[in-house]
Design a protein around this ligand. Structure first.
Ligand code: FMN
Length: 163
């Protein structure tokens, strides 16, 4: 699958098969995350791959809209050091991960991290040192659903030269 197809066919998946994701695929997906653009070349990110069922259940009940992580084979916790552009950098890495997952035939879903009241608790649970911010919790696995969601058409969002 080329990059354009992966971008155009990615969608949020919240129901997964109980089929493990091979370690080499997870590593390649995280490799794509770490190659994201980063302001001033800081690379403030860390990626914690959580497969442990107890930790996933804890995340599921701690988040407000991430209950499905309990039944998702992999949850990638994206953290960034608290730098000037931590949020932009972390989001760029997270998006790379979602698109790479799609290119590997996996489903994914971004669960909110930054700004959520549970962010510090998640950082503590996964053993992050002081000074790290939770960017997102990324569910990954083989999809067991094929949802469709209407999006704003190109003609309503694309403006040439001026708004
Ligand atoms: C910053 C951010 C936070 C999100 N948080 C959640 C969340 O907590 N739970 C969830 O199920 N989906 C979450 N999503 C996924 C969005 O609901 C989803 O991307 C949106 O509905 C568009 O659907 P699509 O991803 O299939 O294109 C989040 C997405 C973003 C970018």
């Amino acid at each position: 699958m080329d990059a354009i197809e992966a971008l155009k066919t990615r969608k949020s998946i919240r129901l997964y098969l109980a089929k493990p994701v091979p370690k080499e695929i997870i590593e390649d997906i995280i490799d794509c995350g770490r190659l994201a653009p980063t302001a001033r070349g800081v690379e403030p990110w860390e990626f914690i791959v959580v497969t442990d069922v107890d930790t996933r259940r804890w995340i599921a009940k701690t988040t407000d809209f991430g209950g499905f992580i309990a039944d998702t084979p992999v949850c990638v916790v994206v953290l960034c050091r608290d730098t000037k552009y931590y949020l932009e950098d972390g989001c760029a890495a997270a998006e790379n991960i979602l698109v790479a997952a799609r290119a590997h035939g996996l489903g994914s879903c971004w669960v909110a991290g930054d700004k959520k009241p549970y962010a510090p608790a998640v950082c503590e649970k996964i053993g992050a040192p002081e000074g790290y911010k939770l960017i997102s919790l990324l569910a990954l696995g083989y999809a067991a659903e094929n949802p469709s969601k209407a999006k704003r058409p190109l003609s309503s969002v694309l403006h040439w030269e001026r708004f």
